[in-house]
Each structure stands twice: as structure tokens, then as C-alpha cells.
Design a protein. Structure first.
Length: 124
């Protein structure tokens, strides 16, 4: 699994404020919740196994997307819904980071993504 260093959640909270909903890391075998806001904990527990399965499947299609767009390595995908925006950051094969925020959160996409990438791949 992705090793999330101390300070990661605080860095995300600095970007999102109270809009941060959930943060989880995953690998092919499972996931680990790093942060979950109290009011979404029930929903997270209910939906996380299926979301995990989907994130792993997205990793399978990574090479195809990279080839299709011919724009370098795929770093992140974003899914925007009525209630939330979900970010999927890919690390190594079948590993990554999932972050969700409230849909009405006004975050700067490039800055937010850079914050996540910095913690996901600190050596880069």
C-alpha cells in the first residue's frame, strides 16, 4: 500500500478545509482508511469495498489510457458527482490513493493534485 506520511491529512485540510470527506490508500488486496469525516463514516464503510474493486480495475486500464492520450504517465482521475468529487491517484501497479471532498468545495485543481502527488511520490 501507499505509505502516507505524517502531515498528509493536515496538508489536504489546508487545501480543502472542512470539505475533506475521506482519504484512503489501497493495493490489490485491500484498502486502508487514512481519514474519514464523521458524517460520512457510515457511507464509507458501506461503499468502500466496491470502490476499492473499481480503483483496482481502473489501474488495469492505465496503460491503455496512457497509450491513447500519448501525454505521459497518468497521475489522476476525477469523478464529480452531485454530492462529492472523488480523486483517484495512481501509484504503482494496483496501488494508489483515493481522496473525496464535498462537491461544492472550491479547490484549485492543480494545487490540490500537486499536494496529493507530493505525498504519493515524495522522491519525485
Amino acid at each position: 500500500m501507499v505509505d502516507v506520511p505524517n502531515g498528509f491529512t493536515a496538508a489536504l485540510r489546508a487545501e480543502t478545509g472542512d470539505a475533506l470527506r475521506a482519504v484512503a490508500t489501497y493495493d490489490i488486496d485491500g484498502y486502508e482508511t487514512v481519514y474519514c469525516r464523521d458524517d460520512v463514516a457510515g457511507r464509507m464503510a458501506e461503499r468502500a469495498p466496491d470502490i476499492h474493486d473499481d480503483l483496482v480495475l481502473q489501474g488495469v486500464g492505465r496503460e491503455h489510457l496512457e497509450s491513447l492520450f500519448d501525454a505521459g504517465r497518468l497521475h489522476c482521475s476525477v469523478h464529480r458527482f452531485e454530492d462529492l468529487t472523488a480523486f483517484h491517484f495512481l501509484a504503482d501497479e494496483y496501488t494508489g490513493l483515493f481522496v473525496s471532498i464535498d462537491a461544492d468545495a472550491d479547490v484549485r485543481l492543480a494545487s490540490f493534485a500537486d499536494t496529493c502527488r507530493e505525498y504519493l511520490e515524495p522522491s519525485e
